[in-house]
Design a protein around this ligand. Structure first.
Ligand code: ADP
Ligand code: MG
Length: 292
């Protein structure tokens, strides 16, 4: 494309809230064959709220929430925000937790009043040998409703399952359909568990998804598909999406996401809507046609 037609295209895209960093990205966009989409904050709103608190072993909801929220005070994860907001709504006063540690893709651990608190997914409970037993069935039911269930244990004894729900953006399904109509293969990636991922993918009409991925797996997935000759687009909002956004042929950052995701991407979707992807492809196609 001529420098002039690229400039026109970039200007046109900007009018729709699509900020294109470089002319190269604009020209590659219409050639994308596979689009990888992060789940949380990209397909969903990224603002989870607590929906269920199921207690076990004679623990009560207020004590559980006081402990879990105190533990999550040291975390910056969106799940932590959901827990803390819920505890605030219950007027709970939080305590200081020591020995805090966050385990990537698993959850959090800390000490309070000499007791070890654990909060996270099944992989975290398995790592610390917490017996889940019947609670697993209940967690799976919550996951099938597209909620994210987490387990809470004190001194290796299960105290509660807390589920959060992150609403799917109102226009995600429609925007995904537009991409599929253009013949683009869609893949959803998430650190969330298999059953929750499946429920969300089904709701938005995506068949190909990979759950329980660690941050490094995201970039490896991009590399793997590029090696097969795919032109790979990656859309994400989080710190853990940044390497994949940089590696992709075109990285699309959600404008409401983290600064590092925006800096790693080629194109920023200011409106946060996935319609920006099909819109960007349309501008890219028009730009390339103009120069012929
Ligand atoms: P994503 O943000 O893509 O869902 P993460 O790798 O951040 O993926 O998290 C994967 C899973 O690990 C979460 O679904 C949750 O079960 C658990 N987890 C991670 N961080 C926390 C946390 N601060 N509190 C509780 N659970 C967590
Ligand atoms: Mg995300």
């Amino acid at each position: 494309a001529t420098p002039m037609s690229v400039m026109v295209g970039i200007g046109k895209a900007a009018e729709s809230g699509i900020l294109i960093r470089n002319g190269e990205a604009l020209q590659v966009t219409s050639k994308i064959t596979t689009m990888i989409l992060d789940k949380t904050g990209t397909i969903t709103q990224g603002s989870p709220t607590v929906t269920d608190v199921i207690t076990f072993n004679n623990s009560d909801e207020n004590t559980v929430m006081q402990h879990v929220a105190s533990l999550e005070s040291s975390s910056e994860h969106p799940l932590a925000e959901a827990i803390i907001s819920y505890a605030k709504a219950l007027n709970l006063t939080l305590s200081k937790v020591t020995d805090f540690d966050a385990l990537t893709g698993k959850g959090v651990i800390g000490t309070l009043d000499g007791q070890t608190l654990l909060f996270g997914n099944k992989a975290l409970m398995d790592k610390y040998h917490v017996a889940i037993d019947d609670a697993y069935e209940q967690a799976q039911t919550l996951a099938s409703e597209a909620k994210t269930p987490m387990y809470f244990a004190v001194n290796q004894q299960l105290q509660a399952i807390i589920a959060v729900a992150d609403p799917i953006k109102a226009d995600s399904a429609a925007a995904i359909k537009r991409l599929q109509n253009k013949g683009i293969h869609l893949v959803m990636l998430t650190g969330d568990n298999q059953a929750t991922a499946q429920a969300v993918a089904k709701k938005v009409g995506i068949k190909d998804f990979i759950a329980e991925v660690l941050p490094d797996d995201k970039v490896n997935e991009v590399i793997k598909r590029q090696a097969k000759g795919e032109i790979v687009g990656m859309t994400g909002d989080g710190i853990n999406d940044a390497p994949a956004l940089a590696q992709a042929d075109v990285g699309f950052a959600i404008g409401t996401g983290t600064d590092i995701a925006i800096e790693s991407g080629d194109i920023t979707l200011m409106r946060g809507s996935l319609h920006g992807l099909a819109d960007a492809i349309a501008v890219s196609s028009a730009t390339i046609l103009n120069i012929k």
